[in-house]
Design a protein around this ligand. Structure first.
Ligand code: NAD
Ligand code: DAU
Length: 369
């Protein structure tokens, strides 16, 4: 990674600093990115997060407690245009890194409306505010709007299909992926029509610390610790391409600092795994790493449940463009990343236990009953 870090140092704004507004910075990937930014760049950041159910200020607590870290946390909605205008102006923002979203496919199936509001209307609000902010300063070349998107916009692959590339046509299948596709199109249009200096990355499944326990990996870890069934949808043969979250952060940083305005990059881990293999692997890892588990053998907790409606069969990312153009590649193998992740959840019951609220339980019962 040293090469990428060295290149990044060369790419700075004329002032020598970037002043980013990070939306969704209290969520899973956003909070990892705020940590990454502090470690690798260290300039002041502003986080805008509505603290929706997956937003958690505890994800930033260590940074907020550190007097050496310049972090301004603003609780607010990306759909609030007046607030966004004010933040861009007051903090002289030159970069938006946009993570804020409704992100869980199963919730989008139960209730799509918040996905349209946050992912489509919210992204539009940010884009339009940033466009006027950029125009008001005479369209400086170094400003950037970086939109964080997903591989799910490309739809689903068959077993032998080639991986998604940046030119694969969009074919989103869930309300979540359709809302992300809509936001991607808006980003593209603001660059094409107005010349706004946008960047876009489409990434595969992330995992790691601060991952809300509704998604497959943290849900499996938490359920094993509680001795609860591990729900596997359908036949468990769906495939996802897993990337350790820190690698996603370094990829975004590389794009942000090196890529040309208007460009898009696919990001992935070159780590395709079937869900059932992943869950079995996690059971064995927990058996090895966690003392005093309530149920043995852990694999006996695996329970096949009704499939997700419209469940995409396989995702895989072709990452040759970012490797060739920017010299980025994933650094953490799936084996290492899974170990780090299990170790983090074992060390942080104080982080995940308070998340199992009555609201969480109500959602859980609705999905799995
Ligand atoms: P997350 O659900 O953990 O976090 C989303 C954050 O956005 C939360 O902190 C939430 O409070 C905040 N938020 C929601 N609505 C908001 C609003 N209206 N205004 C302000 N803040 C709001 O999601 P994540 O997994 O960290 O994903 C972050 C981004 O990365 C999303 O855009 C997602 O589509 C994309 N992405 C995720 C993955 C993945 O595997 N998790 C992979 C590729 C892309
Ligand atoms: O691919 C990128 C996407 O990855 C992101 O855009 C989304 O925000 C993120 O949530 C994730 O979506 P997935 O639907 O792939 O992730 P999830 O962890 O929900 O599910 C992973 C796989 O595991 C999927 O095939 C469904 C299956 N699954 C999931 C859950 C929660 C189960 O079998 N059982 C479960 O209980």
């Amino acid at each position: 990674m040293q090469d990428v870090a060295d290149k990044e140092k060369l790419q700075v704004s004329p002032s020598g600093l970037k002043r980013p507004l990070i939306t969704g910075g209290a969520g899973f990937i956003g909070s990892n990115f705020v940590h990454y930014w502090q470690q690798h760049h260290g300039t002041p950041v502003v986080v805008l997060d509505a603290l929706a159910y997956a937003g958690n200020r505890a994800n930033l607590a260590d940074l907020e407690a550190d007097p050496a870290v310049a972090l301004t946390f603003v609780k607010g909605d990306i759909c609030d245009r007046a607030l966004v205008d004010q933040l861009l102006k007051d903090h002289e923002i030159d970069t938006i890194v946009h993570f804020a979203a409704e992100s869980h496919v199963d919730r989008s199936i139960l209730g799509p409306a918040p996905f349209i509001q946050t992912n489509v209307v919210g992204t539009f609000t940010l884009l339009d505010a940033f466009y006027h902010h950029w125009v008001s300063q005479g369209k400086p070349e170094h400003l950037r709007f970086h939109h964080v998107s997903t591989d799910e916009v490309y739809g689903s692959l068959g077993e032998k299909d080639p991986a998604f590339s940046e030119t694969t046509p969009y074919a989103p299948n869930s309300p979540y992926s359709a809302s992300k596709a809509g936001s991607d199109h808006l980003v593209r249009a603001y660059h094409h029509t107005y010349g706004l200096p946008t960047l876009m990355t489409n990434c595969s499944n992330n995992y790691g610390p601060y991952h809300f326990p509704e998604k497959l990996i943290p849900l499996t870890i938490v359920n094993i610790l509680l001795g609860k069934p591990i729900p596997v949808y359908g036949d468990g043969q769906n495939v996802r391409d897993w990337l350790y979250v820190e690698d996603h952060c370094s990829a975004i940083s590389a794009v942000l600092h090196q890529a040309s305005p208007g460009s898009t990059y696919n990001i992935g881990g070159n780590a395709e795994v079937k869900n059932l293999d992943l869950v079995e692997n996690l059971c064995d890892l927990m058996e090895e790493m966690a003392p005093d588990l309530p149920v043995h053998p852990v694999r006996s907790l695996i329970t096949f449940v009704q499939d997700r409606a419209g469940h995409d069969r396989r995702y895989a990312m072709d990452i040759r463009k970012i490797q060739t153009d920017l010299g980025w590649s994933p650094q953490v193998t799936f084996k290492e990343g899974l170990r780090h992740t299990v170790a983090w959840y074992l060390d942080h019951p104080d982080w995940w236990q308070p998340l199992l609220t009555p609201d969480y339980q109500a959602f859980y019962d609705e999905i799995y009953s």
